[in-house]
Design a protein around this ligand. Structure first.
Ligand code: ADP
Ligand code: MG
Ligand code: MG
Length: 883
């Protein structure tokens, strides 16, 4: 079998397509060789050799030794040197390289092949004894550390002691003779600590390093990293052995790293750093301050140190040409490593560069405009989830951060404002024109108005799917949740953190993208939704099949969603409207009434308000589809709790508060999420459905007149498990449509459909579809009811499930394809079997999750619906799913 692939001198046995076999680094070294670029010759030992090594009790395949020896000879021929040759020694680097770059793997060993003899030859050949012995001591240090496992600091200690004792402050003050005595000391330490000498034989050094690379594949760090990133353990790593080139051979030598475009802004300009007379990782290690590559960058930074462009114009010119060539060849921004040895340029690595969301967007759009990639490819190049970062204000990276606390990054974006500790205070402050951050121990549905009024929300309890987190994401507001290090005292109106006490009114900033809590107002960068963003979205819209709607109840949300490109409302949760202002009293009145008459009286108060809500939504949506869900409150969310609240409702109803309290107690449920909610409420009290249907139809007539665009409302019945439930509610809706049509003299087009959010509904979808013109998958509840896990209580155990590897992802965040997904599929198929043209959509958190959107495309849903700020994410994800 072939275990070794050579590269160098304008040719290679491998290529960029062979990443699985040669690892990313090896495949690209081969590719650059094939392109005729100046790559120091070398060879790659395959990942298959690594797998073989592990399958066979940490031994090597028989042919490997010979193949390595032959490849080494070839490198020697090309460089005019020999491995271990005392006169013209070949020195190499040993570099690990898996398919994907992976921290936790063995660090690169440079200058391998040096020993007490070859170092003399290096000194002669370079005419620089100091350089040779400095290289040797670096090699001993590196090799003993990464291959022999001797801690770095023992060498550092020797070096520091030496410098102190000899009056040196810098490494560069040390002479060749001094390095020699330090090297003697280094070797002695290795023997003392490890009870074996530092290996002098180059072959022993080489095989030691190869074994260390293979061994590092199963280091604890690497295993942890693989588990976190779902990288299979049987991929293995490749080993690259490559002839050394020296960036530390004097003032006309250098080493550097570069990106072909700016990785943080995406700007099309070479970006990078270099150091004169330095080797390997000196640039990133921060030993000296690196210099800018280009004059433009140097001037922009106002730096004194000359640029590479100025210092070594010829090598720089060649490098610039190579950058352009590689970018064109790979059709992507490249991250490069290079070294200049006595004026001669050598390429040591290329790969697609990591970049910020902002840069990813700009680079994709620019490259499409340059004709380097197609618009479809540009659409595929941007991670939809990363768009989130671009849709919200962010803290200026240059701003000073006075961090006073840390919570979970529950909803992205940053906001500043005065601290308040109640929703009432938040509303008052907002009305007075002040910006506030609402800080609560946790939030409940009663805080919706306060959350609306606030710029951002901070809680000390609750996770990523807590009420605060979910609602804030829905509103597109920054939220930091579960900041357990904070103590909020409602009574004194203070918040304590790390010994500091903040008062109500103190200005704070929260960063929902990192979870940080900062003191004072911090400079922000505003999102840029035109330009590149708009261009990419346009391309995405051209290729996607599924429509993207939004979940919205308020005019603000609806308008924001239109601005983000929503094509209708997929879910209007009418119960959210019931918390607004004074309405809650009328709602409580209705729920607590003991008679139909009493309920109708309360509903009559709500009718005009509901109608007004719907008119404005229809007007904003201008004839786009609007799905309105009939009331679905878990009753307990509406019940009055405090004496004050009870007194308020009692007065409105003209009943005895004590009697009302009893009624409220009677309505308490053990399991509200599985209780008297959804269509069950409508079955008990059909007059609620009637009022809502009337409000919808009257609003449709009115909005149809004002906008001139006919409105076709889609009325959605929640929590249906049986066709009979839907039929009962539907009959009331149909009757009301007839009534309003007669009263208004306008014929109203409308559809009635249902949420599919119970397993029984999914299974009985064929017959339910006989009465439903559309299905909307309510996957939040469907996940709860399929798993039998309460979303509100899941936090206490789902974490352990994830840690122990029972589940990969929180099923409330990303749709569980296997279980919940199968029910969705069944419902889609069965629904279509009895009504082929049935409209299918999804609402709820999953509608904005890229992985779940891919699933929706596979099942062939007609649309996804998500919170306004996730609309662009959904547009892009739907496009990628369709490509
Ligand atoms: P990493 O994956 O951590 O970047 P590399 O294998 O790329 O590790 O190497 C680390 C450093 O050593 C890089 O700066 C690289 O350019 C340098 N280097 C690697 N091989 C050689 C070589 N043959 N000659 C000179 N420098 C090298
Ligand atoms: Mg490294
Ligand atoms: Mg590298």
């Amino acid at each position: 079998a072939k275990w070794v692939y050579s590269f160098g001198a304008g040719a290679a046995e491998g290529s960029a397509t062979m990443k699985n076999l040669l690892g990313g680094k090896g495949a690209n070294l081969a590719e650059m060789s094939n392109l005729g670029l100046p790559v120091p010759p070398g060879f790659t030992i395959t990942t298959e050799a690594c797998t073989w090594y592990y399958d066979n009790g940490s031994t090597y395949p028989q042919e490997l030794k010979e193949q390595v020896a032959l490849a080494l000879e070839a490198v020697g021929r090309e460089t005019g040197r020999g491995f271990g040759d005392p006169d013209k020694p070949l020195l190499v680097s040993v570099r690990s390289g898996a398919r994907v770059s992976m921290p936790g793997m063995m660090d690169t060993v440079l200058n391998l092949g040096l020993n007490d003899e070859t170092v003399k030859a290096l000194a002669r050949a370079s005419g620089d004894e100091r350089f040779a012995y400095d290289s040797y001591r670096r090699f001993i240090q590196m090799y003993a550390d990464v291959v022999m496992g001797l801690e770095h600091h023992v060498f550092e200690d020797v070096l520091e002691d030496y410098k102190d004792g000899n009056g040196h402050s810098l490494d560069t003050d040390i002479t060749a003779e001094e390095w020699k005595s330090i090297i003697t000391r280094y070797k002695a330490i290795v023997e003392e600590e490890l009870e074996r000498p530092f290996p002098q034989a180059p072959h022993e050094q080489l095989w030691g390093a190869i074994g260390a690379v293979f061994g590092s594949w199963n280091s604890a760090r690497a295993i942890t990293y693989r588990r976190l990133h779902e990288i299979p353990g049987d991929w293995g790593t490749a080993v690259n052995v490559q002839a050394m080139v020296f960036g530390n051979m004097g003032e006309n030598s250098a080493t550097g790293v570069a990106f072909t475009r700016n990785p943080s802004t995406g700007e099309r300009a070479l970006y990078g750093e270099f150091l004169v007379n330095a080797q390997g990782e000196d640039v990133v290690a921060g030993i000296r301050t690196p210099q800018d590559l280009t004059e433009a960058a140097r001037l922009a930074a106002g730096s004194e140190a000359p640029s590479l462009e100025k210092l070594m114009p010829q090598a720089f010119g060649e490098f610039l040409g190579i950058c352009e060539r590689l970018e064109g060849h790979y059709r992507d921004m490249q991250d490069l490593e290079f070294t200049i040895e006595r004026g001669k340029l050598w390429m040591l690595q290329t790969r697609s560069g990591k970049r910020t969301a902002k840069a990813a967007l700009k680079i994709a759009v620019d490259m499409a405009a340059e004709g380097l990639i197609t618009a479809e490819e540009a659409v595929m190049r941007v991670d939809p989830a990363a768009l989130d970062q671009l849709l919200h204000p962010t803290i200026d990276p240059a701003a000073h951060r006075d961090v006073v606390g840390q919570g979970l990054p529950a909803s992205p974006g940053a906001a500043s404002g005065a601290l308040v500790f109640s929703s009432e205070e938040a509303e008052e402050a907002k009305a007075a024109g002040r910006k506030v951050i609402l800080a609560r121990i946790e939030t409940s549905p009663e805080d919706i108005h306060g959350m609306h009024a606030a710029e951002g929300i901070l809680t000390t309890r609750g996770g990523m799917t807590s009420h605060a987190a979910v609602v804030a994401r829905g509103m597109g507001k920054p939220c930091v949740s579960g900041a357990g290090m904070l103590r909020i005292d409602y009574r004194s109106g203070t918040m304590t953190v790390m010994g500091r006490t903040l008062q109500k009114g103190d200005i704070v900033t929260i960063d929902g993208s990192t979870g940080q809590i900062l003191l004072g107002e911090v400079a922000m960068l505003q999102p840029e939704l035109s330009g590149d963003f708009a261009a990419l979205m346009e391309w995405a819209d051209k290729v996607r099949r599924m429509k993207v709607r939004t979940n919205a109840e308020t005019p603000n949300d609806a308008r924001a969603a239109r601005g983000f490109g929503a094509e209708g409302i997929g879910l209007c949760r009418t119960e959210h409207m019931f918390f607004e202002g004074e309405r809650i009293v009328a709602v409580r009145e209705m729920i607590l009434s003991e008679t139909e008459q009493g309920r109708r009286a309360a509903l009559a108060k709500l009718l005009p308000m509901q109608r007004g809500d719907f008119v404005s939504l229809f007007e904003i949506m201008q004839g786009l589809p609007v799905t309105i869900r009939l009331l679905d409150p878990p009753l307990h969310e509406f019940l009055p709790h405090t004496d004050e609240e009870i007194a308020e409702v009692a007065e409105a109803m003209g009943v005895d508060p004590k009697r009302l309290r009893d009624r409220a107690l009677m309505l308490q449920e053990f399991n509200p999420m599985l209780g008297h909610r959804g269509c069950r409420l409508l079955v008990s009290y059909p007059e609620i459905a009637e009022m809502q249907a009337r409000a919808i139809f009257e609003a449709a007539v009115e909005a149809g007149r004002t906008t001139g665009a006919p409105v076709t409302p889609e009325i959605m019945v929640p929590l249906v498990g049986m066709k009979a439930e839907l039929d009962l509610v539907r009959a009331r809706i149909d009757a009301m449509a007839g009534e309003v049509a007669k009263e208004s003299g306008t014929k109203i087009d409308y559809q009635v459909g249902t949420m599919i959010e119970l397993p029984r509904a999914a299974l009985r979808a064929a017959e339910i579809a006989e009465s439903a013109e559309f299905f909307s998958f309510g996957t939040n509840d469907l996940t709860q009811t399929t798993f039998g896990i309460s979303r509100d209580d899941a936090a206490s155990f789902l974490g352990a499930y994830q840690q122990k590897g029972l589940i990969e992802q929180d099923p409330f965040v990303s749709l569980d394809r296997e279980g919940v997904g199968e029910l969705v599929q069944i419902a889609a198929e069965r629904g279509r079997s009895s009504r082929p043209a049935i409209k299918l959509g999804i609402c709820g958190e999953h509608g904005g999750d890229p992985a779940s959107i891919t699933f929706c495309e596979e099942v062939g849903l007609d649309y996804v619906s998500c919170s306004p700020f996730r609309v662009p994410i959904a547009r892009l994800a739907a496009a990628q799913a369709a490509l």
